[in-house]
Design a protein around this ligand. Sequence first.
Ligand SMILES: Cc1ncc(COP(=O)(O)O)c(C=O)c1O
Length: 339
Amino acid sequence: MSERPVHGGRLQAAARAHNIPVEDWLDLSTGINPEGWPVPPVPAEVWRRLPEDNDGLVDIIRTQFGAPDYAGCVPVPGTQAAIEALPFLRPPCRVGIPEPGYSEHGHWWRQAGHEVVPLALELARSDPEWASSLDVLVWVQPNNPTGLALSPDQLLEWYDRLAGRGGWLVVDEAFADGLDELSLARATGSENPGLVVLRSLGKFFGLAGLRAGAVLTDATIAAQLQKTIGPWALSGPARYLMALALEDNAWQSRATVTLIEESSRLAALLDQFGLAPSGGTLLYQYVPHPDAGRIAEAFARNGILIRSFQQPPALRFGLPGDETQWQRLRNILSRINCN
Ligand SMILES: Cc1ncc(COP(=O)(O)O)c(C=O)c1O
């Protein structure tokens, strides 16, 4: 059993390690929208009844993510549930996983007995042949933590190579909301068997605690996945809120505009203090730095939690939620030696 991957958002552990009460922390260690979708009350009926598959949610998911109405669609309790289940739907094979990247993917393909081939992102871009040696390729679009995004055409070219041999392309689009032009959801369905797109309500919508996401794919994989995760995997309240959030196009448009502004503000602020990001998404900025561990530690001593990575050494900053938090970040940046 390989070790469980470590993630951001571990505020209780940081509070204990640094002896700073949880409520005094500024948590910038996740890529969760600090001004998430405003959650309305859930009707009592929704809490009482068992969730039903034919409540219209799958049609809403397909429409909102731009998938064809014939695409296989499985609502899941967070994309994590799909990340854990998908590797067990194939016999052991060779699976390419981007590194750096979201570490749960490699962990679960390994757990299911597959050979995991770490892919340097530069190689993936420069050598069109490499996909030919794989059976499955997992791509995080845009990448967490680096923010790298490739053109959907590039991904479809890789998909063709994999699909020709019965392979899969799994595209994790957890951070693609607000960046519709990057999504491969529109290509899912039976005409592209083995193309699997994961969507999450945890990031852009700021509903990580709800545990809601969706898988868009061909009918065969969708049926297998549905069977694996079983009935009622997604709670009634989660289905109800997911449908409302996905249909709230006005909120989504406003959130996209705000996040575009806030993410460039964050990039500019970090740059000003010697931490120029090499990439990012609407929800975080990625800063390669040889001293990442020391800098993250200095932030933590001041009650600000950020992510640091070792391979390669880098920092990831999420968005502050209000002006007080922006000021707090600016103050610390001006006090810490980031060179
Ligand atoms: C790239 C990526 N994919 C998937 C997930 C899982 O998200 P969720 O299970 O909340 O949908 C995360 C969570 O951090 C992530 O960063």
